[in-house]
Design a protein around this ligand. Structure first.
Ligand code: FAD
Length: 407
C-alpha cells in the first residue's frame, strides 16, 4: 500500500490526511508541535470550504462551535460607521453556493479535524529536518524532544508545513517573499465587553485611510475576533504568536468610530505580525514531493481564503492519489503533476487577487475613495463572490451548480 507522509498538522495537513484516508490511502501526518494548538484565533469558513468538509461528513459538526454568518463583507466607513455595502449570507448563500458561511475559532476547527483522524495517523513532536528523494521514494528525518531522531520512508511527501516550509526547497520552486509593508494586530474580546454591533453574526470591515479593521463573533458567540491591518512601521516579525502592544494598536485607530474604539479598549493583549505574501510559485511538485496550503500559496488575508484554499488542495490530492498504484513507478509523479495542474492556477489567482485588495481597502479619503464607495454601494457582493464560493473541484464543470447538492 502507498505510504504518504504529510509534513505539518495545520488545517491543510490534517484535511489532506482525511481526504486521502477517505479514499483508502495510508496517509500519516508528522507535526513538529507536541500538542495541536492553534494561534491566530478566528477564521472565516466560506462555502467553498464547507462543501468539501461536507463530503468528509464534517460540515454538520460546524454549528456546534462555529457561528453561521447572516451577512458578510459589511463594509463601514471609519469615522461614522456608514454602511457602504453588505452581502447577505444565510439562506441566500446556501441557495447559491450549496453551503452556509461560518466563522470559527481556529482551535475548534483544528480539533474537529483531529478528532476525525485515527490516532495512528498523527505523530506529534516530529519536526522534519531533512528530506531525501530517490527514484522510488523519499526518506524523511524528524527531530524529537530529548535529542531523539526518527527516520521514515514514504512513497509520497506532502509539504503542508506553512509559510516557512522546510519541504518547499525539495520541489526546487523559486520562493519570492514580498513584504506588504503592513502588519496585522489580532485579539479576542469576550462578548460581554464588546459593543452590540460586534455580536451580530456579521463579518464587519471598517475601512479607513491606510488601514482597516475586521471583526466577527466566534465560539458560539462567546468571543469577538478582531483583526486590524495597519502600516507595518518598523515591524518585520512574520510570526503568528509574536506579542504586540495594545497601546500601539490604540494609537493606530485614534479618531475612529466609537464602536471601533470600544473594541480596542476591551483588548488586554494582542498578537502582531508582519504581512508577507509570496509570488505564485512556478512549481509545486518535484517527483514524489508536492506542497499544499500556505507552503504552496501563502497569501494576504484580504479574501479570508488561505485555509479554504488549503482544503481545496487537500481534497484534490485525495482525488489524484486515490487510485494510484504505488508499484507503478510513473503513476505517482503523474498523479502529483495532475494535482498541481488542477490546483496551481486557481490558488495563484486567489493569491494575486488578495494582493489587489490591499490598495482598495486602504485608500485615503478623497476622489478614489468616493469612487470605491460608490462601486461598493452598487455591487451585488454575494454574486460577485461566485469566483471564490462556487468553485468546486469535484463538480463536472468545476463550478457548483445550485440544485446539485449531492455532488
Ligand atoms: C491575519 C490572517 C487571517 C486569516 N483569515 C483567514 C480566514 O478568515 N479564512 C481562511 O480560509 N484563511 C485565513 N487565513 C489563512 C489561513 O490561516 C492559512 O492559510 C491556513 O492556516 C494555512 O494552513 P496550512 O495548514 O497550510 O498551514 P499552517 O496552518 O501554517 O500549518 C502548518 C503546520 O506545519 C507545522 N510545521 C511547520 N514546519 C514543520 C516541520 N519542519 N516539521 C513538522 N511540522 C511543521 C506547523 O507547526 C503547523 O502546525 C488567515 C491568515 C492570516 C495571516
Amino acid at each position: 500500500m502507498m505510504r504518504i507522509a504529510i509534513v505539518g498538522g495545520g488545517i491543510g495537513g490534517l484535511a489532506a490526511a482525511l481526504f486521502l484516508r477517505a479514499r483508502g490511502v495510508e496517509a500519516t501526518v508528522y507535526e513538529q508541535a507536541s500538542a495541536l494548538r492553534e494561534v491566530g484565533a478566528g477564521l472565516v469558513v466560506p462555502p467553498n470550504m464547507v462543501r468539501p468538509l461536507a463530503r468528509l461528513g464534517l460540515a454538520a459538526r460546524l454549528p456546534a462551535f462555529a457561528v453561521r454568518l447572516e451577512a458578510a463583507w459589511e463594509f463601514r466607513r471609519w469615522q461614522d460607521g456608514h454602511v457602504l455595502s453588505v452581502q447577505p449570507m444565510g439562506d441566500e448563500c446556501e441557495r447559491l453556493y450549496g453551503a452556509a458561511c461560518y466563522v470559527a475559532h481556529r482551535a475548534d476547527l483544528l480539533a474537529m479535524l483531529q478528532a476525525a483522524l485515527p490516532p495512528e495517523a498523527l505523530f506529534l513532536d516530529h519536526r522534519c529536518v531533512e528530506l531525501r528523494q530517490g527514484p522510488g521514494g523519499a526518506e524523511l528525518t524528524f527531530a524529537r524532544r530529548g535529542g531523539h531522531w526518527t527516520k521514515v520512508d514514504a512513497d509520497v511527501v506532502i509539504g503542508a508545513d506553512g509559510i516557512h516550509s522546510v519541504v518547499g526547497p525539495a520541489t526546487q520552486a523559486e520562493v519570492r517573499p514580498r513584504f506588504a509593508d503592513l502588519c496585522a494586530f489580532r485579539f479576542l474580546v469576550p462578548a460581554e465587553r464588546a459593543p452590540a454591533l460586534a455580536l451580530r453574526p456579521v463579518q464587519t470591515l471598517w475601512l479607513g485611510p491606510g488601514r482597516h479593521l475586521v471583526h466577527y463573533p466566534i465560539s458560539g458567540g462567546r468571543l469577538v475576533n478582531v483583526v486590524a491591518i495597519v502600516p507595518a512601521g518598523e515591524w518585520r516579525t512574520e510570526s503568528w504568536s509574536a506579542e504586540g502592544s495594545v497601546d500601539d494598536l490604540k494609537a493606530e485607530f485614534e479618531g475612529w468610530h466609537d464602536d471601533v474604539q470600544r473594541l480596542i479598549d476591551a483588548a488586554t493583549e494582542t498578537k502582531r505580525w508582519a504581512l508577507y505574501d509570496r509570488d505564485p510559485l512556478d512549481r509545486w511538485t518535484h517527483g514524489r514531493v508536492t506542497l499544499l496550503g500556505d507552503a504552496a500559496h501563502a497569501m494576504l488575508p484580504f479574501f479570508a481564503q488561505g485555509a479554504a484554499q488549503a482544503i481545496e488542495d487537500a481534497e484534490m490530492l485525495g482525488v489524484c492519489l486515490g487510485d494510484v498504484d504505488a508499484g507503478d513507478a510513473a503513476a505517482v509523479p503523474a498523479a502529483l503533476a495532475r494535482y498541481e495542474a488542477l490546483r496551481r492556477p486557481r490558488a495563484s489567482e486567489v493569491q494575486l487577487m488578495s494582493r489587489g485588495r490591499e490598495i482598495r481597502n486602504h485608500l485615503p479619503d478623497g476622489a478614489l475613495q468616493r469612487q470605491r464607495d460608490r462601486e461598493l454601494a452598487q455591487g451585488e457582493p454575494l454574486r460577485q463572490s461566485a469566483w471564490l464560493y462556487a468553485h468546486d473541484g469535484l463538480a463536472p464543470s468545476g463550478v457548483f451548480e445550485p440544485g446539485s447538492l449531492k455532488n
